[in-house]
Design a binder for this molecule. Structure first.
Ligand SMILES: [Zn+2]
Length: 106
């Protein structure tokens, strides 16, 4: 039984790598907010340019949020970070509790 479980976890690797990559893009987008506005302020300290960069950042954040939210869990096939109307970026699947690094922990 344990061998079957380990074999299953080994096959989850590609899907878990996709989930990890999408999470990195999502959190990278969040972390880019302050540097993007700071650079914009140094180049052009006008409300219009700051507002434009903010709107572009919100659009990119919306896209990366949906992109990372629709990543499916390789074990249960449901959305890894979505349960009902709730999006939670935890390190475990919200449905079957599969850890995001389960393929690395062998
Ligand atoms: Zn799952």
């Amino acid at each position: 039984m344990d061998e079957n479980l380990n074999l299953d976890i080994a096959t989850y690797g590609p899907a878990l790598r996709i989930i990890r990559k999408r999470r990195k893009v999502f959190f990278g987008t969040i972390l880019s907010y302050i540097p993007a506005l700071w650079i914009t302020y140094k180049i052009s300290p006008h409300d219009r340019s700051m507002g434009t960069v903010f709107v572009i950042w919100v659009i990119i954040l919306t896209i990366t949020t949906f992109w990372s939210a629709v990543a499916t869990c390789p074990r249960c096939g449901k959305y890894f970070h979505v349960n009902g109307m709730t999006i939670l970026y935890l390190r475990k699947c919200l449905h079957c509790q599969l850890h995001i690094n389960a393929d690395k922990e062998q």
